[in-house]
Ligand binder design. Structure first.
Ligand SMILES: *[C@@H]1O[C@H](CO)[C@@H](O)[C@H](O)[C@H]1NC(C)=O
Ligand SMILES: *[C@@H]1O[C@H](CO)[C@@H](O)[C@H](O)[C@H]1NC(C)=O
Ligand SMILES: *[C@@H]1O[C@H](CO)[C@@H](O)[C@H](O)[C@H]1NC(C)=O
Ligand SMILES: *[C@@H]1O[C@H](CO)[C@@H](O)[C@H](O)[C@H]1NC(C)=O
Ligand SMILES: *[C@@H]1O[C@H](CO)[C@@H](O)[C@H](O)[C@H]1NC(C)=O
Length: 579
């Protein structure tokens, strides 16, 4: 049977990959209002010691080899950009240094810039950990270029509010998971946070915002000798994309935004109605529903109950137990601690909502937890198992972007901001997760250095392409509609399914629209829905990671499908550090 043969082929491939898993590194990438990690089965090679500089006609920068991904060479460079792109008198010694990475396309004459989200996501990491798969999606006609935006990770100066890692680990934790109970502490903690950011970072702090990043992308393009912007941004990367397209419409030749955040709310308009979590609970419901539909062979939890309602009740009652009494887990004298309700709810469930390929694993962990073995849950979801972010751009960019931050806008007492949140937080059971940033908005004293407000109507050089899943836990599809209204001639391609950004819903149909747009400038005629090509639950015990989930007649389609599966499985997200 055709399908069996396919399975055989790809199981082989996935086995050889799994042998390499020892070398995986988990890099924190940041995603809209949360932190994203991409785990990948790739090992990056260090660049050879005497690597030569590479130069290309028309470009004003030179490159060095900086690795090799699945046989594809990668090259790196850096540019300096003015600290303030919008001030003609910016002193020459005040700059950010932006690292750039590129994976060359065989038939390419143009570069496409990518951003993974955040704020705070590292584009360098994106290429190292998803570059070959993204290349398969985009094709050989483009050079894939990404960069660490100003302040992020290996750009310099790095925007960290703590002088060193040890200080960060000692002083950054604050409990903010219960809106009312944690309020006094978060309110007080935030006062120090704002002071230490301003003290530690200095003058550069004020210039870490999205309009500056948009201008930096032009600096990159200029260095590459390219006039037209080709851009693909995910999650917060859609804020960069929308900002760029609004500020530089004449250069916006191809702009793709995927997993769209509401640009108007981001910059402060209609902020009172902050709507990013309006579909979150629908995704949770989808988890229960799809688990029961998948059945017990694929979803462990389906062994315990027969309906999604029963499953919901079962999980909620287990969580309630944990809320009353956290569990203590002892593995050995170096590995032990508590497993709390917050751990399971935010690091387990909430993060899994971003990427359905994690659902089978979550179901298995929760199944074991309910049956009395909490070890795997502890190892995966306890606060000690979460990674530390390396910089503070995740909050700093949001604070510097939003026009409605600081004492001029918010009453300065704790009760007012708490009352505001209590009124506002009614969209989702995961609402409390946003509360820290509200105190930061209230107390952020740094003056705004930009005056960008998103225009209601933008005519770009070529219409933009908007992509979304049906139910996105943090960037609901209503934000895609808002972008659709603002950008003339734009179209939406919806990947039918759950999760954050279309990359988590493998769909060859989506990739065909992506290619038609990139290569021929073709947008679909109207609002377009694409079916996903893979089930939500694939049996983890059967090692089906890279197995084709569908038979494709066309070998290009099959290759794209496998790349999508790989991206979907490895595109992982993580909440901001809690405790
Ligand atoms: C490159 O372009 C040529 C001519 O258009 C085409 O025949 C070839 O298949 C392309 N190669 C790749 C790898 O896309
Ligand atoms: C951040 O940069 C350092 C090198 O400066 C690198 O080792 C690390 O992997 C990067 N982290 C991410 C998330 O990209
Ligand atoms: C930790 O426990 C192991 C036994 O599992 C013991 O051999 C070791 O000495 C202990 N470490 C310390 C620092 O006491
Ligand atoms: C609990 O689960 C862990 C990890 O799967 C396993 O190693 C351990 O043996 C289990 N403990 C019991 C008591 O079954
Ligand atoms: C949530 O609160 C907002 C603002 O007070 C209100 O407009 C909206 O109707 C509320 N939504 C629900 C579902 O209660």
């Amino acid at each position: 049977m055709e399908e069996k043969r396919l399975l055989g082929d790809f199981v082989e491939k996935s086995k050889s990959r799994q042998r390499r898993t020892k070398h995986w590194l988990i890099f924190p990438l940041v995603v809209l209002l949360g932190v994203l990690t991409i785990k990948n089965r790739l090992k990056t090679c260090p660049s050879p010691p005497n690597s030569e500089y590479l130069q290309y006609e028309g470009e004003s920068i030179s490159w060095e080899r900086c690795g090799n991904l699945e046989g594809i060479p990668v090259e790196c460079s850096r540019i300096d950009v003015p600290m303030d792109q919008f001030n003609q008198n910016n002193p020459e010694d005040k700059t950010f240094s932006i690292p750039i990475i590129r994976m060359r396309g065989q038939n390419a004459t143009q570069n496409i810039l990518l951003n993974p989200g955040g704020p705070g996501g590292s584009g360098i990491s994106l290429i190292y950990h998803g570059g070959p798969q993204l290349k398969t999606l985009i094709g050989e006609g483009f050079h894939l270029v990404s960069f660490d935006p100003r302040g992020v990770n290996s750009s310099t100066p790095q925007i960290s509010c703590y002088p060193d890692v040890a200080t960060r680990q000692r002083l950054s934790p604050v409990r903010s998971r219960n809106i009312e109970a944690d309020s006094p502490e978060v309110f007080a903690w935030t006062q120090n946070y704002v002071k230490t950011c301003i003290d530690t970072v200095g003058e550069h702090l004020g210039y870490v915002n999205t309009p500056q990043v948009a201008a930096d992308m032009n600096s990159i393009l200029d260095a590459l000798g390219q006039k037209d912007m080709f851009y693909y941004g995910f999650s917060y990367g859609t804020i960069i994309g929308q900002t760029y397209a609004a500020m530089f419409p004449e250069r916006s030749r191809r702009i793709i935004i995927d997993g769209v955040a509401n640009n108007f709310e981001w910059y402060g308009e209609g902020f009172e109605g902050a709507s990013s979590l309006v579909n979150t609970d629908a995704v949770l419901d989808g988890f229960f529903d799809e688990c029961i539909k998948a059945g017990q062979e694929y979803c462990s939890l389906a062994r315990l109950v027969d309906s999604k309602e029963e499953l919901n009740d079962l999980v909620m009652s287990k969580l309630e137990e944990l809320q009353q009494q956290p569990l203590s887990i002892y593995i050995d004298n170096t590995s032990y601690g508590l497993l709390t309700y917050d751990d399971i709810w935010y690091n387990g469930f909430f993060i899994a909502l971003y990427s359905p390929k994690k659902w089978a694993g979550l179901a298995k962990d929760i199944y074991n937890l309910i049956l009395g073995n909490a070890t795997d849950s502890f190892l995966a979801y306890s606060s000690g198992a979460q990674e530390w972010s390396v910089d503070d751009t995740n909050s700093v960019v949001e604070l510097n972007d939003g026009l409605l931050t600081g004492p001029g806008y918010w009453p300065q007492d704790r009760q007012s901001i708490l009352d505001h949140m209590l009124l506002l937080f009614n969209a989702s059971m995961f609402d409390a997760w946003q509360d820290k940033i509200f105190y930061q908005r209230q107390q952020w004293t740094l003056p705004k250095t930009h005056s960008f407000t998103p225009p209601k109507t933008v005519k770009t050089a070529h219409p933009i392409l908007i992509m979304s899943t049906t139910y996105d836990p943090v960037c609901p599809i209503i934000a895609a509609h808002a972008a659709n209204e603002a950008f003339e001639g734009s179209q939406i391609v919806e990947a039918k399914g759950y999760g954050h950004c279309t990359v988590v819903v493998p769909s060859v149909c989506v990739s065909k629209h992506l290619r038609a747009y990139l290569y021929e400038g073709k947008l679909p005629d109207g609002y377009t829905k694409c079916e996903g090509d893979s089930p939500y639950f694939t049996n983890p015990e059967k090692g089906s990671s890279y197995v084709a989930q569908k038979v494709f007649d066309n070998s290009d389609d099959r290759e794209i499908h496998l790349a999508q599966m790989e991206l979907a499985l490895n595109w992982e997200f993580r909440a901001p550090h809690l405790t």
